[in-house]
Design a protein around this ligand. Structure first.
Ligand code: NDP
Length: 271
């Protein structure tokens, strides 16, 4: 058996085309500011992908590129200024630890990454809020490709603040029964084998081997790992022979994350 491909590029293109139509009805283009500190090459390439998506949708993206030695006061002042002038604002991660306090200075209604404690708190309470893009993109991909999580046993490998934890909340609200695994989980395979829906966000290649997957399961591979052979996910290649459906890497979760950033920006502009 070879798994059906959950085509994130195609679903993201459909989301973008709906957004383009919404933007065309607005009096002016939504504005998104992306702040980058330093020259992390992965950040630079993610920002390029966001710029291209913004152009396709009709969002005006401004890239503010600051030197690695930027002070916290300077970054906070820029964030405050952009809170007033833009609809959406993100500070590209990773950020040096000393600059992290600037993140909570982003106004919650401008926080189109959905990472602000106010937005995460609203998510937990089931209130409308800007939602973190990667878990929101996974939910959208599952729903639009006919793999609704409702009533399923979902197992998540990973408990980060940007993927695993918010996804556990979203899946619970979508009526899945959720297990969250991490590095202190005893017998990871025992849990993953029970998953009808398996989401792997560990950041390590080969975290999930084929024998750890229940035959026919829907598998979402969030991982993006740079190797000598190019980008790979967190699932070993043989998982495609056991799963019923699988997201490719690249072309699965990545494009959906970018599409959700665009959706959050349009929503922020319409409020
Ligand atoms: P983090 O490093 O913040 O978190 C990884 C999580 O996985 C941790 O909770 C960790 O457990 C757990 N983990 C790691 N190894 C194992 C293991 N062997 N068994 C069980 N649990 C394990 O990563 P992120 O959540 O930020 O990202 C995860 C992956 O997703 C990365 O590859 C990242 O590049 C990718 N990513 C992709 C995106 C996209 O748009 N495609 C967006 C965001 C991330 P513990 O808490 O115990 O340390």
């Amino acid at each position: 058996m070879s798994a059906d491909i959950l085509d994130g590029r195609a679903v993201a293109a459909a989301v973008e085309s709906e957004l383009r139509a919404r933007v065309a009805r607005l009096a002016s283009a939504p504005r998104l500011a992306v702040v980058q500190v330093g020259d992390d090459p992965a950040s630079t390439s993610y920002i390029r992908a966001k710029s291209r998506a913004a152009e396709r949708v009709g969002i005006k993206l401004a890239h503010h590129h600051l030197p690695a030695g930027t002070s916290l006061a300077k970054l906070e002042a820029l964030v405050e200024q952009l809170n007033s002038s833009e609809h959406g604002l993100i500070v590209q991660l990773p950020l040096p630890d000393r600059l992290e306090p600037a993140l909570v200075r982003i106004a919650p209604e401008r926080d189109v990454d959905g990472f602000h404690p106010v937005n995460l708190g609203k998510l937990l309470r089931g209130e409308p809020a800007l939602r973190p893009c990667t878990p929101a993109g996974i939910m959208e991909l599952l729903e639009r490709s006919g793999h609704s999580p409702a009533g399923k046993h979902a197992v998540i490998v990973g408990r980060s603040n940007i993927v695993g934890k918010p996804l556990a909340v979203m899946l619970t609200q979508a009526n899945a029964t959720v297990t969250v695994c991490h590095t202190a989980t005893a017998e990871l395979a025992h849990h993953t084998r029970q998953a009808e829906l398996l989401i792997v966000a560990a950041g390590q290649p080969d975290t999930v081997a084929p024998e750890m997957v229940r035959p026919g399961a829907t598998v979402v591979d969030v991982g993006v790992n740079r190797t000598a052979a190019g980008f790979v996910g967190d699932c070993a290649p043989g998982v495609a022979e056991v799963a019923g459906a699988l997201t490719p890497v690249p072309g699965g979760v990545g494009p959906m994350t970018v599409a959700m950033l665009m959706a959050n920006t349009v929503a922020a502009a319409q409020d």
